[in-house]
Design a protein around this ligand. Structure first.
Ligand code: ADP
Length: 309
């Protein structure tokens, strides 16, 4: 559905994007995860034809964006980071205004406005002025604006920044609902848990380059990050510890905490085997802690950095 091939973009001596390539299949939620300044908005603006890449190609639904920007605008809905609404107008009036920019005939537009208000769960506030809405509600109206022309692809640029948890959940539900109806979604974020929660595939971007991309499972494999099991032993003497660690060289004993640490490929499968081995070597288990691989550990391993605001 979307092919981005070897795209680069510089602003003066800043390389905003360096040789970025990815493919998105129809119906996927594709997450672009990276810190501020990584190049996420530049990708969104290129897809949206607002910014021209210096080199490379972008093909959306068979159309090269270089050749036919107008068709791309009809296929895509883009939710920018900035909220672009008239505070003095009602939600309904704002949507009628935005729909007018797409030349949608008025009777159709009225139906579409009602439908999109229902999609974002704000039909009950349609006659209220935008200035009476919370920040999260404004973002939901912003999403509605991008749906009026019934696009097949929706691009959201960090839609939950500064949004409270309740509105965040509303936004997630809207995205999941649209995706269940077949819409392809591109979602940029610097929040790991969002990418982990609903993206089918994730591209990790850092300093203008895609460091890795794939499903969470594939990213785990690429990064080679493993699950970890930590076992606290009850009053183990040196002899017992030596026996346990010599029988399985993957067991690491941490003398300061009195715990054994074991990296495992599959924590569910490996745990009973490991516990058995310890008990067979005379170890008495007091507590067990498990740490599964998450996107955070994968990200850290691949970029060498924590992802922070
Ligand atoms: P993100 O969305 O991941 O925060 P951006 O795509 O906005 O990152 O920015 C990537 C880099 O390109 C940053 O270093 C940013 O300062 C720079 N940049 C983006 N847009 C412009 C612009 N219009 N002029 C100059 N530099 C820009």
């Amino acid at each position: 559905m979307i092919t981005v091939r070897s795209v680069s973009k510089s602003y003066g001596n800043i390389d905003a994007l360096k040789n970025v390539s990815f493919n998105i299949e129809k119906g996927e939620i594709y997450g672009i995860l990276g810190p501020n300044g990584a190049g996420k908005s530049t990708i969104v603006n290129i897809l949206n034809t607002l910014v021209k890449p210096d080199t490379g190609d972008v093909i959306i639904d068979g159309v090269n964006i270089k050749n036919d920007g107008e068709t791309i605008k009809l296929i895509m809905g883009v939710v920018p980071q900035e909220i672009a609404l008239y505070e003095e107008l009602s939600a309904y009036e704002n949507l009628m205004f935005w729909g007018g920019l797409y030349d949608i005939p008025k009777p159709e537009l009225k139906i579409s406005v009602q439908k999109t208000l229902e999609i974002v769960d704000l039909a009950y506030r349609k006659n209220d002025r935008i200035k009476t809405f919370s920040g999260g509600m404004k973002r939901r109206i912003n999403i509605a604006c991008s749906l009026l022309h019934n696009p097949r692809i929706l691009v959201l640029d960090e839609p939950t920044v500064g949004v409270d948890p309740q509105n965040r959940n509303h936004i997630f539900e809207v995205i999941e609902r649209l995706n269940n109806e077949g819409m392809t979604i591109i979602y940029t974020t610097h929040y790991m848990e969002e990418a982990e929660r609903f993206c089918d595939k994730i591209a990790i971007i850092d300093a203008g380059q895609i460091v890795a991309q794939g499903t969470l499972k594939e990213l785990r494999q690429i990064s080679n990050v493993t699950d970890q099991l930590t076992i606290k032993l009850a009053d183990a003497d040196n002899e017992t510890i030596a026996r346990i660690t010599s029988e399985n060289p993957l067991f690491m004993f941490d003398s300061t905490t009195g715990t054994l640490k074991v990296e495992c490929g599959n924590i569910g499968h490996d745990t009973p085997i490991i516990l058995n081995q310890i008990q067979n070597s005379g170890g008495v288990i007091e507590r067990i802690y498990t740490q599964g691989t998450n996107l955070e550990s994968v990200y850290l391993k691949l970029t060498g950095k924590e992802l922070r605001d």
